[in-house]
Design a protein around this ligand. Structure first.
Ligand SMILES: Nc1nc2c(c(=O)[nH]1)N[C@H]1C(S)=C(S)[C@@H](COP(=O)(O)OP(=O)(O)OC[C@H]3O[C@@H](n4cnc5c(N)ncnc54)[C@H](O)[C@@H]3O)O[C@H]1N2
Ligand code: MOO
Length: 487
């Protein structure tokens, strides 16, 4: 099975997707020039930093030119282009288009359960907002020019419709209370004074309509407030409640089964005798939830081809995510298993470092499998390259706030590039500037654990100050992140 190659249409779509992403936190022109050259890379002489140690006395932030690739693969002399791997942008575009938002996958849920879900229909105002002319301040509602005679009874928020005011009359009013008919303005309490006969005088000029929120100022019944596909954030919950909603039509979260492969994995304690701790089982479920998924299963299968085949066969999830076993070692069972069950490979290897063995397959008409490489940072790369766009579509977000969660920022130092492939480098943000982090080798999580995002470094590298796209990490957009479900 070989991965399909990118068509021109796919490349156009990928570019459109990237452009859309740029609308995010600042539209800064696309990086055009690259500092390093392939020859420079090979010889270690690319303009910019030279290679740096993978370990050092301080964790996290780069101090100096620390952005050279670490660990296996990309900086090995003589490395060849992987002819069949899909360009990174194209792979993301293909993953976005691989599935459709399932029809009928909508549910009406009470507001309290809608946080983190996606609107299945546009949010349309069920009422005018405000729904009646409202006082914006504590003070007096007045009619005509002052001084005014003040009524004995005031008006509070929540009172029924107050009696109309006659010309020259005023009534004490609270913020949020309904304005009496024929009132011309609200005089703030600090801008008025009453004399001993109870007559009210303005201490400032008052203009018609002052401090009155007219009915429908924010919206009229039927106004379109938010498009379908919008993420339900706390603010959206508040707006929906204000606009009259008790329930919201939301898209069902795509169900994801996670299959963790590898005989060498321990679930507790210290590494020993060649065994290591499983870093992906604890990491992926909450990350997937933050990407909009409902994680229905997390299973550790070891390196057992039959168990893998059975687990895929029995899964009714929308997406199966496997970890490890994507390469061609003796116990790497993902490719042979997909071949055996007749799955269609949509992406088979991506021109990105780390993570190039990642894959996306269609197992059934409405079921996809994302194969993440076993190296932990490579798995994160696969998650954000293939699983994120797929889940964005399946959860209905592709039609709303839309594009990939990206923005751009200049890098504080030159960053090495791969001669052919995109690199994803953990960065932290210092103000507007992206600072590459150390410990970004494919098997390391120390950099990404301290990161705000992943910088997208084009082949050939980036100059100091060059604007790079930054893939956002999705913590802010999640709903309920709890609820482990290991089986
Ligand atoms: N001959 C080649 N070998 C490899 C290539 C290649 O191109 N040619 N690519 C390398 C790259 S790059 C990667 S990435 C890995 C991908 O390997 P797999 O997806 O088959 O993953 P494994 O071999 O199962 O594991 C790789 C590595 O990661 C560790 N691992 C696996 N699962 C976990 C986990 N849940 N938590 C923590 N660590 C995990 C595993 O122990 C291995 O050290 O292939 C390279 N090889
Ligand atoms: O370098 Mo591998 O792609 O560890 O991801």
């Amino acid at each position: 099975m070989t991965g399909p190659s990118a068509s021109d249409a796919e490349v156009d779509e990928a570019l459109a997707l990237v452009n859309e992403g740029r609308k995010g936190r600042g539209s800064i022109p696309h990086a055009t020039a690259a500092a390093g050259t392939a020859a420079g890379w090979m010889a270690g002489t690319a303009a910019g930093p030279t290679t740096s140690p993978a370990t050092g006395p301080t964790a996290g932030h780069a101090a100096g030119p620390l952005s050279a690739p670490q660990g296996a693969g990309p900086n090995a002399p003589g490395e060849k282009r992987h002819r069949d791997s899909t360009p990174w942008d194209v792979a993301r575009a293909r993953a976005t288009r691989a599935a459709r938002t399932p029809e009928g996958a909508t549910a009406s849920v009470p507001l309290a359960q809608a946080l983190g879900k996606v609107l299945a229909a546009p949010l349309t105002a069920l009422t005018d907002l405000p729904s009646f002319d409202t006082s914006a301040m504590d003070g007096w509602a007045v009619a005509g020019p002052g001084p005014w005679d003040v009524r004995a009874e005031g008006v509070l928020a929540g009172d029924g419709e107050p009696a109309p005011l006659g010309d020259g009359e005023a009534v004490r009013i609270a913020t949020g209370a309904g304005i009496p008919r024929d009132a011309t303005a609200v005089l703030r309490s600090e801008h008025g004074r009453t004399d001993d006969k109870g007559r009210l005088y303005a201490l400032r000029d008052l203009v018609q309509g002052q401090d009155v929120r007219p009915r429908g100022q924010e919206c009229r019944t039927g106004d379109h407030l938010l498009p379908a596909g919008s993420l339900v954030t706390p603010a959206v919950l508040g707006l929906a409640a204000a606009a009259g909603y008790d329930t919201l039509a939301t898209v069902r979260r795509p169900r994801v089964d996670v299959l963790v492969l590898g005989d060498e994995l321990l679930t507790e304690g210290l590494p020993r005798e060649g065994l290591i701790r499983d870093a992906l089982g604890p990491m992926l479920p909450s990350w997937l939830r933050a990407l909009g998924a409902e994680v229905t299963k997390v299973r550790r299968l070891g390196d057992d081809a039959k168990a893998l085949r059975e687990a895929i066969r029995k899964s009714s999830a929308d997406v199966i995510v496997t970890t490890g076993g994507t390469a061609s070692g003796p116990v790497d069972h993902v490719h042979p298993t997909l071949s055996r069950i007749g799955a269609e490979l949509l992406v088979d290897g991506v021109a990105v470092r780390p993570g190039h063995p990642m894959l996306l397959a269609r197992v059934k008409e409405d079921q996809h499998l994302v194969g993440l490489p076993g190296n932990p940072l490579a798995a994160v790369s696969g998650l954000l390259t293939l699983a994120e766009p797929l889940l964005r579509t399946l959860s209905g977000r592709a039609s709303g706030q839309g594009g990939p969660p990206m923005y751009t920022a200049p890098v504080c130092e030159a960053v090495h590039g791969h001669p052919y492939d995109t690199r994803l480098v953990p960065v932290t943000l210092r103000g507007e500037v992206a600072v590459p982090l150390r410990f970004h080798g494919p098997a390391m999580l120390r950099g990404i654990a301290a990161a705000d995002g992943l910088a997208v470094v084009p082949s050939g590298g980036a100059r100091q100050g060059q604007e790079l796209e930054i893939l956002d990490l999705p913590w802010a957009v999640s709903g309920d992140l709890g609820g482990e479900c290991f089986t």
